[in-house]
Design a protein around this ligand. Structure first.
Ligand code: UDP
Length: 324
């Protein structure tokens, strides 16, 4: 039987590259696409020798074309860390809005099913806890995170419109904080920030008093949930994340224990609009996909630390941000 062919945008990024691996392992032909603004070809270098993999260096904010059949599309192209979208706000808006529009049109022309990567950021600084899919959110449209949050909210709206107006087969995943190997060490996210600091022998920078909470999901669990959602017949948004919630201060203490560093915590000012608490309600994913995370934070952190520890030293010392 002929293999199914899937287009994955953001293929050279953290989540995109893990999705490429998973779909290759499942016997799909994978077309990766990335403009490499925040992605890194090293994340998918091992795939280039495979016949089942091809790669397009392309910005999905521009017209998208891939010859031949496409059965599925996973739209994962987007900057995804607060530092990134502060530095490249217009690109962030464009990939979530124009990029999504292009991919929906492309999906329609190919009669493909499309899954778009949304985010817990659609809930903003939530006043409901934990966050269920029915909650509409508390977003500041003109704050520093607005370019990401509103692009993703628009993405959900246009995806639903293509579903209802054109009958397109669509899936929407709302992704909560996820971590694992291939996160960019200098992307500003809390986990690579803390591990990088520990490995360089620096103090760990806790923003604010560290009482804000996050709930961290290991990447393999997330990929499993996405795979199941794509194969389901459910078109409304589904939260995927690990409900195991922790304060950022306690998280920093965990990283200190994990790495054995003798450095301590120091505080830095809390960034504007930094959500105070975040925890997914995953009842819907459990009921519809039979999914829940399997990898505990201690196990996931061990695996992630092993990856960062083995990076070449020049990588570790490249602390300046990509767009600085
Ligand atoms: N954070 C921190 N120190 C750092 C980087 C981040 O205390 O060096 C905090 C940040 O203020 C936020 C949390 O860690 O409260 C998670 O930040 P991240 O950028 O990873 O993702 P977010 O969930 O805020 O989008």
């Amino acid at each position: 039987m002929e293999s199914k062919r899937v287009l994955i945008t953001g293929a050279a990024g953290f989540l995109g590259s893990h999705l490429c691996d998973r779909f290759i392992a499942e016997g799909f032909d994978v077309v990766g696409m990335d403009n490499l603004i925040t992605g890194d070809l090293r994340n998918i270098e091992h795939l280039f020798k495979l016949k089942a993999f091809e790669f397009y260096h392309h910005d999905v904010s521009k017209f998208v074309h891939v010859p031949g059949r496409i059965d599925y599309i996973l739209h994962f192209a987007s900057p995804a860390s607060p530092i990134d979208y502060l530095k490249i706000p217009i690109q962030t808006l464009k990939v979530g809005s124009l990029g999504t529009h292009n991919l929906l049109g492309f999906a329609k022309s190919k009669k493909a099913r499309i899954l778009v990567a949304s985010t817990s950021e659609v809930y903003g600084d939530p006043t409901v806890h934990p966050q269920t899919e029915d909650y509409w959110g508390n977003v500041n449209p003109i704050g520093p995170r607005g370019v990401y949050d509103e692009a993703k909210r628009f993405q959900e709206a246009i995806t639903m419109a293509y579903h209802t107006y054109h009958g397109l087969e669509t899936r929407i995943v709302r992704i909560f904080n996820t971590y694992g190997p291939r996160m960019r060490l200098n992307d500003g996210r809390v986990l690579p920030a803390f591990i990088g600091q520990a490995l360089r022998g620096e103090d760990l920078t806790v923003f604010g008093d560290g009482s804000q909470t996050r709930s961290f999901c290991y990447v393999d669990d997330l990929v499993e949930g996405i795979f199941r959602l794509l194969n389901s017949d459910y078109h409304l948004p589904v939260n995927l994340g690990n409900p195991d919630e922790i304060s950022i201060r306690d998280f920093a203490e965990e990283i200190i224990r994990l790495t054995g560093t003798d450095r301590k915590l120091i505080t830095k000012p809390l960034p504007q609009d930094d959500p105070k608490q975040r925890q997914p309600d995953i009842s819907r994913a459990k009921a519809i996909l039979g999914w829940e995370p399997r990898i505990s934070r201690s196990e996931g952190l061990e695996r992630t630390y092993a990856y960062f520890k083995n990076l070449p030293p020049e990588e570790l010392n490249r602390t300046a941000h990509r767009f600085a």
